[in-house]
Design a protein around this ligand. Sequence first.
Ligand code: IVH
Length: 681
Amino acid sequence: MNTSANSTIRNQIETLRQALHRHNTLYHAHDNPEISDAEYDLLMQELIALENAHPDLQSPDSPTARVGAPPLAVFETASRALPMLSLDNAFALQDIIDFDNRVKKALQIQDEVLYTAEPKLDGVAVELVYQDGKLAMASTRGDGITGEVITANVRTIRSVPLQIQLQTGAVESRLEVRGEIIMDRKGFEKMNQSREDKNLQVFANPRNAAAGSLRQLDSSITATRPLDIFIYGTGLVPDMNSDSHWDVLKQLKSMGFRVNPLIRPCLTLEKVLECYRELEESRSGLPYDIDGLVIKVDSLRYQGMLGEKARSPRWAIAWKFQAVQGTTRIQAIEIQVGRTGVLTPVAHLEPVRIGGVLVSRATLHNEEEIQRKDIRIGDTVFVERAGDVIPKVVKVITEKRSGNEIPFQMPATCPACGSQAIRSSLEKSDRLESALRCFNARCPAQLKENIIHFASKRAFDIDGLGEKLAGQLVDVGLLTSYADIFQLTIEKLLQLNRMGQKSAENLISAIDRSKKIQLSRFLYSLGIRHVGENIADILARKWGNIDTVMQQTPESLAAIEGIGKIIAESVHGFFSDPGNRGILDGILKSGVEILSPTPIAVKTLEGKSFVLTGTLPNLTRSQAKALIEASGGKVGNAVSRNTSYLIAGEAAGSKLEAARRIGVEIIDEAALMQLVAGTAI
Ligand code: IVH
């Protein structure tokens, strides 16, 4: 290679090293990262690739040659005999296949290797030392050899045993275990909320919050933080009379340590793959953050034979999930007018790829949220995508401010119709929220949103009537309510810009097709506040036709299981409104035929008993219970031999294990619906 090319690479490597050093310090020493883990990983991967291609440029000072950050000066430090290592990361299936091949080659075996698959907990690694069965010291990983002593802080965590159950003969004087201290998401949200209220800086994620909490000089502060621990391995231990990591974990569990229940032994690589998929799927439903699957060779003898590299063992690897956080810049903040007139600020972002999806917008919820987080136009921010929900801005990276950022003010009027925006409280499922709202019943933005909802897949399902067309039709005045949809004709549609004969014909036939509709869908289409698909279904099944639903009082509505006061008021209010009644008349006169649900008089679940566990995708627990009981079934609390079915949702717990043990059939929400409908095979 010529010298100038070499010096370019040298510069590249140096720049990457400096950047990684800086981000490392921000992350480890200040618990205040400026980039997401995924971005850090990318920089690290880039550096590793360059160093591997140019071994002459490798250096012991490189961030690739080191584990974690040096300990902070404020805590006492302690050195350990057995370093706490890090894990190599894998991002693709091929990396895992390569890992498996490397393991087999090094062990000179052709057979399948037994692995354990464990959730990669996203927290802070710690070592706990027990002396004569009592917790004597807790320390962070630090640089692997030397960590910070945080015993007083760790003692405040309830799931850390202060004393362990000694196995006869198994534990002599000293036992070292290692694990991860985490903060669950609920506790994290609550803690951040209260920090925001007190104008304190919020943490970007539960891991930073856990790290920050463990770094308190006053352990009574740590005690107030919702921390937890999972133990995943050992340091120096007396002979545990076992060659299996899985077995050691079981022993640790019986000594009183908290071991993650999702750890699985995997006899084949196929099984490892299955664990990865399952875990990734259940990820968003878990109460705590995980960022991948750790795969470990189970045999301790094999582990010893495989040995370690500088910073990671050859017998384990971390298979990372797609990222959920990224950083980007807010280009603008726009106001969106929702179906119910609520004005919601939405951030327009410089597009950023997070977990394989290009994110360019994020909700900012409301004015309070913007103030609490001090979000300004031009700010660099952390953005998070969790499950299917709209991406949200987690935190501003204030260090990146140039001074040119512009604070945002909510408008005094509705941006769509110009009427005054009025502050009002908004009932959310668990609290009241203050929001600015446009109360103009004829506001075109609300009408557009209502029409989009009315025509959507799970409502009237009018193919072709989406956001763009709904906007056009409202703008030219062809639609003033959803009743007008059924007055549209091919001639009227042809007045629109860029509307061709064929598209117009297609839309009209889609509208005609939609005219036969189930009562529950019809009720859902109306966009009554708090009436989602499930409530619509409950109403439809209870009263069977639209006229009877319309006649109900708030009291008779609230008397049904699954319907609370807020929903009852909302339904009653909707049908008492003369404007809404006019619209309904219009719809019914235009030939819409509402089909009554099959009455549940057919008691499809007669004689069957059910137990519910975990979060179901659509039904709440009380709705599921109401549905089962209405169909003649019984709902119990505990799984027994008399249970016909366990209905399991996300993050199902011990009931699921019990059902498996006893051999009770386990079904999901969809299968329940089939049983109710009497269509199960
Ligand atoms: S084993 C020598 N198991 O991931 C093996 N680590 O990137 C090292 N982690 O420092 C640890 N869950 O903080 C192991 N089930 C698990 C883990 C886990 C999370 C963390 C741990 C470690 C880091 C390595």
